[in-house]
Design a protein around this ligand. Structure first.
Ligand code: ADE
Ligand code: ZN
Length: 350
């Protein structure tokens, strides 16, 4: 294991921004900035229930997950055509590249769109074309993860999988998101088993607001490879041990947790506790347009609020590459670049 050199507190924010990283928890609909929502509404001749970009942005005050989801699904309703999905994903990837993201695994919520009459291939082809163009134009690697909405039925999830079946070569895996409480992972046991048979990689949101029992069932019933959020695991010592032993990555989203009141303050965030217990935690942005920052903002703010160190920074970036669904050759290249960034940081002031 790489021995992380000592790095002063003043240099830490610069290092956090410049270090290469992967983003494994980003809902592409949550990257829709108010300006783009208004531009797409105008292009598609839709009227929004807000007078201006500022009025929309000022509605972004949330008390819990559901209060956010209501406004998030309303925002996504401006997406109608393949070019809309392309523009949204291309904008995110441009922004992520500026934060030194080398690889992104992007969630999308097709049921939000198909329920409004948008065809599945409109959604997936637009997102996929943006990923391809970003690879050639920016050198960033990006793949897609189709998320089932857990507040909807198992039947709706199966319908969604059927619609996506001809396009499965354009997605790497499936996930589970939306309203957690009252919708435990086991509700989706059969659809996840089917996706596993199809060779898709599996992740699920669990332990964001929900109890540790939801994390257990995501692991044991759904057989997921990563847990999205998972911060409630600290309330169950046996679960912490299981997550550490099996190197199950947690895709933690500090600013999301702050904005959705999962922790009273960012200073109370348990990211350091998770890392110090040997868990493979990562830092991600979740819905950056709604929660006040992209991945680098998540890194710099949670480090400033909780006093994490350069060693934690290295571990988080390393975990993000290790936990990705990319191939081993890519992982080794990215991890080498990470090491070089830390070595350079000691040699030069930046
Ligand atoms: N969909 C978008 N963001 C989400 C979150 N933080 N939790 C669950 N579902 C989501
Ligand atoms: Zn999420």
């Amino acid at each position: 294991m790489f021995k992380v050199p000592p790095i002063s507190a003043e240099r830490l924010p610069g290092l956090l921004r410049s270090m290469p990283k992967a983003e494994l928890h980003i809902h592409i609909e949550g990257s829709l900035e108010p300006e783009l929502i208004f531009a797409l509404a105008q292009r598609n001749e839709l009227t929004l229930p807000y007078a201006s970009v500022e009025a929309l942005r000022s509605a972004y005050a949330f008390s819990n997950l559901q209060s956010f989801l209501d406004i998030y699904y309303a925002g996504a309703s401006v997406l109608l055509h393949e070019q809309d999905f392309y523009d949204m994903a291309r904008a995110y990837l441009g922004r992520a590249a500026r934060d030194n993201v080398l690889h992104a695994e992007i969630f999308f919520d097709p049921q939000t769109h198909t329920a409004r009459g948008v065809a599945m291939d409109t959604v997936i082809n637009g997102l996929h074309r943006a990923c391809e163009d970003a690879r050639t134009e920016l050198g960033i690697s990006a793949t897609l993860i189709l998320c089932f909405l857990r507040h909807l039925s198992e039947e709706s999830a199966f319908e969604t999988l059927e619609q996506a079946q001809p396009l499965l070569d354009k997605i790497v895996g499936v996930g589970l998101d939306s309203s957690e409480l009252g919708h435990p992972p086991e509700k989706f046991a059969r659809i996840f088993a089917r996706c596993r048979e199809l060779g898709l990689r599996l992740v699920a949101h669990a332990g964001e607001e929900g109890p540790p029992a939801y994390i257990w069932s995501a692991l044991d019933v759904l057989k997921v490879e990563r847990i999205d959020h998972g911060v409630q695991a600290v309330h169950d010592a046996a679960l912490m041990q299981r997550l550490a032993q099996d190197r199950i990555a947690l895709t933690v989203c500090p600013l999301s947790n702050q904005k959705l009141c999962v922790f009273p303050n960012l200073a109370d965030h348990n990211l350091g506790k998770l890392l110090d217990a040997g868990l493979a935690a990562t830092v991600n942005s979740d819905d950056p347009a709604y929660f006040g920052g992209y991945i680098n903002e998540n890194f710099t703010q949670v480090f400033a609020a909780t006093g994490l160190t350069a060693k934690h920074a290295y571990q988080l970036a390393f975990n993000s590459f290790e936990a990705s669904f990319a191939g081993n050759a890519d992982k080794r290249v990215w991890e080498h670049k990470l090491k070089e960034t830390f070595e350079r940081c000691v040699e030069h002031d930046y």
